[in-house]
Design a binder for this molecule. Structure first.
Ligand code: UFG
Length: 322
């Protein structure tokens, strides 16, 4: 049985689906503060908060948990700057409660949702895993601190981990069963598609004078189903005795904001008004993963192109289930 914390969230729910399709038994824990109960399509579901140590202990007593995939965390970079307490309390203190419950129950394998935000302003592109970690916001700091905690617990208590540093997750289940539904929505692709649907007046392009070929920021967009598959492979790696490791999850290919908007126009066959505005504070010009290590260690091959990412997201946004 695999425990998935935050399994009702965007990447979590797609991972639960991939685990079930790979014949794993799953128990999802989520407090539903941001997640959606309908996003968890099958398996056991427990509504609880990681703050609740008794509920955690009961969970580990009730299910024969072999390994944990830990998604439950807050993920808005901007909010983390204005409410760092909220981020450090949930992403660190509550995460420590989970690790305590695991150690207490003798569970020694964890896959952690980390982020390319641990690197801060990149010193080289593409970004390799050993790149210095200089996070520039409390969200990125919380991910970096938790990675350090995992390293210490590995040395002291033999807790093995795979820490997955996601680049820009996007897209949706191609069958349209689940997809991205954030409130508030801050991510580029959903905002562009909501504009295509007439739910927003225009797309704001944050910054057009960056040192990139078209002046807009470049990001490494990776399909959420490719990310989900990487978790299944990371689990296989840990269950077969693999050593603790940090891995980037990106495709190694970058796309500019303008390119994304233009691809959305072609796929949706809608004009999608867009306007250049001031840069958003804290956005690095380019974030692209070096990508190779996860491909080598997990034998992970991202399958989906930017067009397929946008098409699957468009399919979802036209008919969201939650
Ligand atoms: N963007 C716009 N207009 C918008 C929204 C976004 O131009 O309305 C631009 C951003 O400036 C950025 C790109 O589109 O250049 C992508 O922005 P997102 O908000 O979709 O994603 P980020 O790259 O900011 O964030 C991602 C993850 C975070 C992670 C961060 C690391 O979602 O969890 O990368 O910096 F922390």
């Amino acid at each position: 049985m695999i425990l998935v914390t935050g399994g009702a969230g965007y990447i979590g729910s797609h991972t639960v689906l991939s685990l079930l399709e790979a014949d794993h038994q799953v128990v999802t824990l989520d407090n539903l503060s941001y997640g959606h109960r309908q996003a968890v399509l099958d398996g056991h579901f427990v509504e609880a908060d990681l703050q609740n140590k008794e509920a955690l202990a009961r969970l580990f007593e009730s299910f024969p948990i072999e390994a944990v995939i830990h998604f439950a965390a807050f993920c808005y970079v901007g909010e983390s700057v204005t409410s760092p307490r909220k981020y450090f309390n949930n992403n660190l203190v509550n995460g420590l409660n989970l690790l305590d419950a695991m150690l207490q129950a003798g569970v020694d394998k964890i896959i952690f949702s980390s982020s390319c935000a641990v690197y801060g302003e990149p010193l080289e592109i593409p970004i390799p895993e050993p790149h210095p970690k200089n996070p520039i916001n409390p969200y990125g700091m919380s991910k970096h601190f938790f990675e350090n905690i995992l390293s210490s617990y590995n040395s002291a208590y033999g807790l093995r981990y795979v820490s997955l540093r996601y680049f820009n997750a996007a897209g949706a289940d191609p069958a349209g069963r689940i997809g991205e539904s954030h409130d508030p929505e801050t991510h580029l692709i959903p905002l562009v598609l909501q504009t295509a649907l007439g739910l927003r007046a225009e797309v704001k392009i944050y910054g057009s004078n960056y040192p990139t070929p078209d002046g807009t920021c470049i990001r490494d967009y990776v399909h959420v189903c490719d990310l989900a598959e990487a978790h299944v492979l990371a689990l296989k790696y840990l269950l077969s005795g693999g050593k603790s490791i940090f891995l980037n999850l990106g495709t190694g290919k970058g796309h500019s904001v303008r390119e994304v908007v233009e691809s959305c126009r072609q796929i949706c066959q809608k004009p999608i008004p867009a306007r250049d505005v001031e840069p958003r504070p804290g956005d690095p010009p380019e974030l692209v993963s070096s990508g190779g290590l996860a491909q080598q260690v997990l034998v992970w091959r991202p399958q989906y192109s930017l067009k397929e990412i946008i098409s699957s997201a468009w399919n979802w946004h036209q008919n969201p289930k939650f």
